[in-house]
Design a protein around this ligand. Sequence first.
Ligand code: GLA
Length: 376
Amino acid sequence: MQIKTPPMGFNTWNTFGENISDALVRETADAMVKLGLKDAGYEYLVIDDCWSKRERDPETGKIVPDPVKFPYGMKALSDYVHEKGLKFGMYSCAGVRTCADYPGSFDHEFLDAETFAEYGCDFLKYDFCYKPSTANGPVLYHRMSMALKSCGRDILFSACNWGSDEVNKWIRSTGAHMYRSTGDINDSWASMRDIAMSQLDNLAYSAPGCYNDIDMLTIGMYGKGNVGSLGCNDTEYKTQFALWCIYSAPLMLGGDIRTMTDGLLKLVTNRDLLRINQDPEARPAFLATEMSWFPGRIVLVKHLSDNELAVGFFNMTETGGQIPFFLENIGLTASSGRALHMREVFTGEERTVKEFMNPVVEAHDCSVYLCRIVKA
Ligand code: GLA
């Protein structure tokens, strides 16, 4: 199963945690269609941890959906999600228990993969809690990958071991389609910033087939919900989304989309940003400049198909100010006779730049340009 661009969708964990239900998933599916999120490319609706009973069925050994939360069972729910034109995702864990202490798939991988296939599942997030110390990460992710490959259904395999065991070095070889490279996000500027900055050295480990997953977005949580913390403001959500897009990260929404504001809806359906994230060449971004005297003021550049480039100025520091960008750093020397024609994706502002630019970017804010090389 080939995943050509970073997966997009919604995951229940950030906002709802254990408070998930059949009704919530159906309402979310309805909202994804009604608000145009499905048309924008958000296709996976993923139920995270806490969906099952605390113990397996003693007769069959199978995981059993919680009959109170999911009274009609998982197949009926996935049918509903599929009728909406969306894909249905679920969650399990490589250890004996999930992170929230429900049955994990350790030593039940093949049975569980078959059960997920029976449910009509299209996506499996696979966590890493409570694993016996005799089993290592590569073995456990290989095992579930083999179980999924032989279950009779195409299921996207989303690995989630939080970046441990140098996961970027071996995860692609297990067959996973995306892999978490960081610990859990919470809805605060500091958490988002630290996650993004921690991956600057790992940008090149995101490519067609297997994408670097820097966790579900917190856009729209405003400090509420399961991983709500100090909350973020709209500028910080804008920067979060732009970063995830230029990083070629999976875009899994984690705020309650049923109540998303028009402004944030516009943000997460911004065509230019989605084009940057979903570019078919899926080249990694690279760090073109980090100011040595203001670490955290960075310029990221990503080559796109059709000879375009994305250039993002991100001010991750606590004060506003200029972020210098030497075009020479991306190969456009002063003597090249070339310039960049740039269009800012939020304001539409256009400019043509030679050699150097030094835009002012407020604290926690960003500017992102779609660019084309022109004769100067
Ligand atoms: C881990 C994962 C989270 C979430 C929880 C569920 O912490 O990293 O994304 O799935 O488990 O318990």
